[in-house]
Design a protein around this ligand. Structure first.
Ligand code: GLN
Length: 549
């Protein structure tokens, strides 16, 4: 019998429910259990694929090509739970499938209502993951208790314990316990209210995880327990991780949350924890031997979640090289400014992430030029690769008006153009070239060396491509085509041989990096940045201060 854990959040959003859910998943997996992870998002969009990164942060792409919530990135980084389209459902998708069924006459003339039709649909999405081989399904409910749009989801998880038995379900509620500076006190009232609201809906949490900046005293924990109707030990403090999110599982273990969940669900086959690997990676993070500064030049650099997986993957590259990676987030429009250019010349690596639309593209192209001319390790990803191609065409091949047709339809040299397969598509949602696709690498290339393989699978999300017609011109002009689709038609990786490390890829390697298994290209990029740093003639002039940006 599969057991279920439901994670809800209260008081405010952005509490780190995804991280907490992923940490619980990681701990249960570590104890030998088979875990599946899932997020239910109450917004009406069918998926986040069409939302601006300012609204939603990063769009996380899975192997099967689904465009999902960024919390799924935490799930993949922390656990081995296979994620598919079934791992992320939104109100939009739920309603869409209920309405489709209604049109097909599935409801046999009945009035279709939120209860039971929408709630049944939600429960079906949860049950779909509970296959025979699965011990625990962890379902995170997006949004905050009290939101109107969360109600059907909360009602569905309430009913769920009636369907499968109370003893098979655990409800975990994450709340904020704020510290009021003026009163010099932690405040438990918002937590009481939030749990009160949850109980009104009929959900009694089994555990309350309190996010806090300051330690919560036993007295305050007992107060929360009393008001929220749970035993004292079931109120768990989750302090802000001071230096790394990878510390969160260890903090939860300290409060025995994994053991309490195992006991409460009667997961008798759970083994003892073995966190050796996890402790090892935290030790590397805590005591790095080197430090590098990497500039991430992107259109959404100011939004902390827009390039979430890239920042994480850079950290993983750091872990692999025992190196502390300081990240300078540089808005691409700024890269055209003189003082930003001066800053870029001093960093140890420049990474250009993916993106859409014309704004900031010229700044990105300038950043490529700096990396190329100053021999700074360069890593281009998706739009980052396309910018690298445009820069090379303009400044090395002499194709002055080179551009992508995404930015200039009439460019004299459309070195990046829309893929043939995309030309007739008019709908926006889920229509790009998406998900895992094979790439064949060139023997002897940097990429092949990093992967230690010539055949790789990486995730894609794009509409434009390197224009095949210019291929020979680029090769003759010194750019190496280091990877293509197996039929040789789509260029997937380009490199510069006469540069210390210049690799640009059409796919998104950041989605396949884990702290325990850093992605080979991020590992190699950080290694090159460490070499660059060491090779800097006068290390003092190479110092970049965080506060410069
Ligand atoms: N806008 C570019 C394209 O559609 C790049 C996409 C991306 O960076 N994800 O091809």
């Amino acid at each position: 019998m599969t057991k279920h854990i439901f994670v809800t959040g209260g008081v405010v959003s952005s509490l780190g429910k995804g991280l907490t859910s992923a940490s619980i998943g990681m701990l249960l997996e570590n104890r030998g259990l088979s875990v599946r992870m899932q997020k239910l998002d109450p917004y009406i969009n069918v998926d986040p694929g069409t939302m601006s990164p300012y609204q939603h942060g990063e769009v996380y792409v899975l192997d099967d090509g689904s465009e999902t919530d960024l919390d799924l990135g935490h799930y993949e980084r922390f656990t081995h739970s296979p994620l598919t389209r079934d791992s992320n459902w939104t109100t939009g998708q739920i309603y869409k499938s209920v309405i489709d069924k209604e049109r097909h006459g599935v409801y046999l003339g009945k009035t279709v209502q939120v209860i039971p039709h929408i709630t049944n649909e939600i429960k079906d999405c949860i049950k779909r993951l509970a296959t025979e081989d699965v011990d625990v399904v962890i379902t995170e409910i997006g949004g905050t208790v009290g939101d109107i749009e969360s109600l059907p989801f909360l009602e569905a998880i309430r009913q769920f314990s009636l369907d499968v038995g109370k003893e098979n379900c655990v409800y975990i509620h994450l709340t904020l316990v704020p510290y009021l500076k003026a009163a010099r006190e932690l405040k438990t009232k918002p937590t009481q209210h939030s749990v009160g609201q949850l109980r009104e809906i009929g959900v009694q949490p089994d555990f309350i995880v309190c996010r806090t900046e300051q330690p919560i005293s036993q007295e305050e924990l007992a107060k929360i327990a009393l008001f929220c109707n749970v035993p004292d030990k079931c109120v768990v403090e989750e302090r802000d991780a001071d230096f790394s999110i990878y510390q969160v599982p260890l903090d939860l273990v300290e409060h025995k949350l994994d053991q309490m969940i195992v006991d409460r669900l009667g997961l008798t086959k759970a083994k003892a924890l073995d966190l050796t690997k996890w402790h090892d990676l935290l030790r590397r993070l805590r005591r790095p031997e080197n430090e590098v500064t990497i500039a991430v030049v992107g259109k959404y650099a100011k939004h902390k979640d827009a390039y979430k997986s890239i920042y994480e993957a850079l950290d993983h590259g750091g872990i692999a090289n025992s190196t502390n990676v300081r990240i300078l987030r540089i808005p691409s429009e700024d890269a055209e400014r003189e003082e930003t250019r001066a800053l870029l010349e001093k960093v140890d690596g420049i990474l250009l992430p993916g993106g859409f639309g014309e704004r900031g593209v010229e700044g990105k192209i300038d950043a490529v030029k700096i990396a190329r001319e100053y021999e700074i390790p360069f890593f281009g990803i998706c739009l980052g690769m396309q910018c690298a191609v445009i820069e090379y065409a303009r400044n090395v091949l002499g194709l002055v008006d080179a551009n992508s047709t995404e930015f200039n339809k009439d460019a004299e040299h459309p070195v990046v153009c829309m893929m043939d397969s995309q030309r007739s598509i008019v709908d926006m949602g889920g229509t790009m070239r998406l998900g895992a696709q094979p790439t064949s690498l060139l023997a002897g290339s940097r990429a092949a060396g990093a992967y230690k393989s010539l055949d790789i699978m990486e995730r894609h999300r794009h509409r434009y491509e390197f224009n095949y017609q210019y291929r020979d011109q680029f090769i003759d002009g010194g750019m190496t085509i280091a990877g293509t689709s197996p039929d040789g038609k789509l260029v997937e990786v380009v490199e510069l041989d006469d540069h210390p490390w210049f690799v640009a890829v059409q796919y998104h390697p950041e989605f396949k990096s884990k702290p325990t298994v850093p992605h080979p290209l991020f590992r190699a990029f950080i290694a090159a940045a460490v070499r660059h740093r060491r090779g800097a003639k006068d290390s003092k002039t190479n110092e970049v201060q965080d506060d410069e940006y």
